[in-house]
Design a protein around this ligand. Structure first.
Ligand code: C5P
Length: 231
């Protein structure tokens, strides 16, 4: 998937609430890159399963995923599922609960990965998720693995939900995150793990701006291949 000329691929993985989406979005703006939120694609097909009342392991869901059209607009801020804007619907607790079960189905992953690689071939990109550094873009120019304590991640998610007027408690969000972490890291296909050549960034006590500056600095100074120390 290596692209010609000066096109750059930045891949970033990490668990829910590690700061990946916020950081990747800001880096995309700062460095003028395409932004790919791979989790949004798994969320969109999970919404499809809910809407069509198909269990995650129902083979009909695989056919439906093959036939559906997922597209990003507004540089990754808006996601269209069969031309309908589902950007808000994919962030509900119902989708949060089911998404890891849908994302562990290998045939569904295969379809989504192909789509992500096609998007990645279009130009310079920053892509984030669970398997971007290991499976989707194993030859990325820069790889990062973002992490934070479970409590910190739960606090961030709770703030996101509250900002959308969705009711939740810290305990419930933390339990949901733990469960999703467990499923994402232990699944058979493409489990979440730090790639051997990824730079590990612990965001627990860091301001988002500092993380953005660090990552932008590494990429702008082309330290990806040489620098293996964390931040
Ligand atoms: O990143 P986000 O929390 O939106 O991802 C939602 C879920 O989608 C994850 O918990 C995981 O189950 C799945 N996912 C995945 N591979 C990716 C991105 C997300 O399996 N690359």
């Amino acid at each position: 998937m290596k692209k010609p000329g000066s096109q750059v691929t930045i891949a970033m993985d990490g668990p829910a609430g590690s700061g990946k989406s916020t950081v990747a979005r800001r880096i995309a703006e700062k460095l003028g890159l395409l932004y790919l939120d791979s989790g949004a694609m798994y969320r969109a097909v999970t919404l499809l399963a809910i809407q069509e009342e198909l269990a995650a392991d129902n083979p009909k869901l695989i056919d439906r995923v093959k036939a559906c059209h997922i597209e990003f607009t507004d540089n990754g801020r808006t996601i269209l599922l069969d031309a309908e804007d589902v950007s808000k619907q994919i962030r509900t607790p119902a989708v949060n609960r089911l998404v890891a079960d849908v994302a562990k189905i290998p045939e569904i992953r295969r379809e989504i990965v192909k789509h992500q690689q096609r998007i990645g071939a279009e130009g310079s990109i920053i892509a984030e998720g669970r398997d971007l550094t290991t499976i989707v873009f194993p030859n990325a120019d820069f790889k990062f693995y973002l992490d934070a304590s479970v409590t910190e991640r739960a606090k961030r998610r709770l703030a996101d939900l509250q900002a959308q007027n969705i009711d939740a408690t810290l305990a419930a969000v933390e339990a949901e995150i733990r469960e999703r972490d467990e499923k994402d890291t232990t699944r058979e296909h493409s489990p979440l793990r730090a790639a051997d050549d990824a730079i590990i960034v612990d965001t627990t006590d860091k301001a988002i701006e500092d993380v953005v500056d660090f990552i932008a600095h590494v990429c702008e100074n082309k330290q990806g291949r040489e620098r293996r120390r964390g931040f």
